[in-house]
Ligand binder design. Structure first.
Ligand SMILES: [Zn+2]
Length: 214
């Protein structure tokens, strides 16, 4: 995809994210890998007002030249691209159920087999650090080890993907898992699937692709 097409796709996915109910206002931010750097949403501009030229191109050393400021969370987007060569897109939002669990510093256990789509038997919760800091970024990268999503304590969630569409799909899927887990807790708790079953499903997803899960 050309850089212009990626800029347009980024805006389209921001609008899609808010229409899905995953995020409110401009509290979320999206990025996509582009060349040797990344394209990221600017800080504080309503998504429906975004023009392709408003999207900030940032080098992976954090430098950029743009009249708008890059998202205040650019640091974990950048650090994820540096740490994870397979990741092409990052979605960050404050969805209600993910964030509710994150307020209690809870991870999502394997209460549904679809957790395997995030790469393992849990979706971890990174400890709390102030937004935009190097500490938060390091904690997020650690919580994401071997995973395509994590929660951020007292803050929200991050989902990764091999494309913008896949990262957004993953974010929506994780919010569904959070909601299911939350509901199971209201009933006294859910039954957690054994580790070997989740490992088996992870393998199935890798072999046959996620289509087999849907
Ligand atoms: Zn945030």
């Amino acid at each position: 995809m050309s850089e212009v097409a990626l800029r347009e796709a980024l805006i389209a996915h921001c609008i899609k994210m808010n229409a899905s109910g995953l995020n409110q206002g401009t509290s979320g931010n999206l990025s996509v890998r582009s060349g040797a750097g990344m394209l990221i949403t600017p800080s504080g501009v309503p998504y429906e007002q975004l023009q392709p030229a408003d999207i900030v191109y940032m080098n992976l050393d954090g430098s950029y030249q743009h009249r708008l400021a890059a998202s205040s969370e650019w640091r974990f987007h950048r650090d994820i691209y540096l740490a994870r060569s397979e990741v092409e897109a990052v979605v960050h939002a404050h969805p209600i159920y993910c964030t509710t669990l994150a307020i209690r510093h809870m991870e999502i256990p394997a209460v549904h087999y679809m957790i395997a789509a995030a790469g393992g038997n849990s979706i971890r919760c990174a400890p709390y650090f102030t937004y935009g800091t190097a500490e938060l970024s390091a904690a997020a990268v650690t919580a994401l080890e071997g995973r395509m999503a994590c929660l951020l304590a007292n803050h929200g969630m991050i989902a990764l993907g091999a494309s913008l569409a896949k990262a957004l799909w993953s974010a929506l899927e994780v919010e569904v898992l959070a909601r299911l887990y939350f509901n199971s807790l209201l009933l006294g708790g859910g039954v957690v699937l054994p580790d070997d079953e989740i490992a088996h499903v992870v393998k199935k997803f890798e072999t046959y692709g996620l289509k087999s899960a849907q």
